[in-house]
Design a protein around this ligand. Structure first.
Ligand code: FEO
Length: 405
């Protein structure tokens, strides 16, 4: 059952985290399998003469959220609600919060956010909306709030807030990750190490389609000089970063640029009756002989790994080996779908080797080659043959794997 966690995270200014731990979700955006769950982080800041709420949570948890919020403040006293991004995992509870607030609060966001909120929830939620532009500053309470647009992190509506006096960055999706970490922040290295692969999976599945904007937007924030000086980065999902705030954006940059981990090779294949698998065993054996670390995902009559997990491995892979059967004059459907998502969400300059098996006619290899040719990936070779691999096939596979590096 999902739970809620409320923690005071600063005394001056008085700042609270209100975090929903969603362990009920199975498929984020009705697509990405996340048995690890996710958190939705909202923040409440109490200032002299102002009470500011930063984002809300998913609609399903609006009542739970409001109940805890009410223990911190009378909702009618909230003076400002900052909407960084309107995706309903952050804005879903907004209508109920505004209702409890008596529609007194000024809702702040980009022009894009205003239009989306009206479309999602009706005119009432935007009747007291203030549009802010990139770089605009507002004095709220005794603080300066600077709003910086970061388009496509994760939607075109998205912005972050920088609280100038306290060097706090409220970053919503940017800096977030999947899973429900045991801690609220990065104080434990053990928790951070366990969490970071879920950040990678989150970035690729959710923001991967726009990954060039990750690098661009982080560059923009760096030029503004706010990342290096930040005291805290407070995302809308996962851990808060306060021991080493810049670490999370460095991690994002590495994902955006596809920086590989040494020797990691991603191996993905389907095998209906073992013919592809026999070839992939040769591939894996040769990789190990070379000192490589193959990470293997196989679709068989017993296994069907989550494509979300495969996507999370791509940015840190040195190379990819795809094994595919020809199936009804096409690529096997599982590999076809995995490849479709990889090319859409995790399109990097990395070498790819294709290994295929067929019965009466080889088609999968050629079709994969065509798809790879239109992407950033580098097609290194295709080895495809009929039925079980012969001695000559084995030699060719080993030789081609060696030539990959
Ligand atoms: Fe966490 Fe794009 O919403």
């Amino acid at each position: 059952m999902a739970g809620i966690l409320v923690k005071k995270i600063l005394n001056e200014p008085e700042l609270y985290l209100i975090r929903i731990n969603d362990d009920e979700i199975k498929y984020f955006e009705a697509t990405w399998y996340i048995p690890e769950g996710i958190t939705y982080n909202s923040y409440l800041m109490k200032l002299k003469d102002a009470v500011v709420l930063f984002d809300t949570v998913k609609k399903d948890y609006a009542d739970m959220f409001l109940e805890e919020l009410t223990k911190l403040v009378d909702p009618r006293e909230i003076t400002h609600i900052i909407v960084h991004h309107t995706e309903p995992d952050h804005s879903g509870a907004l209508p109920k919060v505004l209702e409890a607030n008596g529609y007194r609060a000024r809702v702040i966001g980009t022009a894009f956010a205003r239009n989306l909120l009206e479309g999602f929830y009706g005119k009432e939620v935007v009747k007291n909306f203030q549009v802010v532009k990139d770089g605009e500053e507002l004095k709220i309470g005794n603080r300066t709030f600077r709003f910086i647009t970061v388009p496509w992190l994760h939607w075109p509506d998205t912005m972050i807030t920088y609280v100038v006096e306290d060097k706090l960055i409220f970053s919503c999706d940017a800096g977030g990750g999947y899973s429900i970490p045991e801690e609220i922040d990065d104080s434990s290295e053990e928790v951070v190490k366990e969490y970071l692969p879920y950040v990678t999976k989150y970035v690729v599945t959710v923001i991967g389609h726009y990954h060039k904007y990750i690098v661009q937007n982080i560059e923009k924030l760096k030029k503004l000089g706010i990342i290096d000086n930040a005291k805290m980065i407070l995302p809308g999902h996962g851990l808060i970063w306060r021991k080493n705030p810049s670490r999370i954006f460095e991690h994002y940059e590495r994902i955006g640029a596809g920086i590989p981990e040494k020797d990691k090779v991603l191996v993905i294949y389907d095998s209906m009756y073992g013919f592809v698998e026999e070839r992939m065993k040769i591939v894996i054996d040769e990789l190990k002989k070379l000192g490589k670390k193959p990470i293997v995902y196989r679709f068989t009559d017993r296994e069907s790994p989550a494509v979300a997990d495969i996507l999370g491995e791509v940015p840190t892979a040195e190379a990819i080996v795809i094994g595919a059967s020809t199936f009804e004059a096409d690529i096997h459907p599982r590999i076809r779908y995995a490849l479709f998502e990889i090319l859409d969400k995790a399109n990097y300059e990395k070498p790819v080797l294709i290994v295929g098996a067929f019965g009466w006619g080889g088609v999968a290899g050629r079709k994969i080659e065509t798809l790879i040719a239109r992407s950033k990936f580098d097609h290194m070779a295709t080895i495809e043959s009929r039925g079980r691999p012969t001695k000559e096939d084995e030699e060719k596979i080993r030789e081609t794997v060696r030539a990959l590096f």
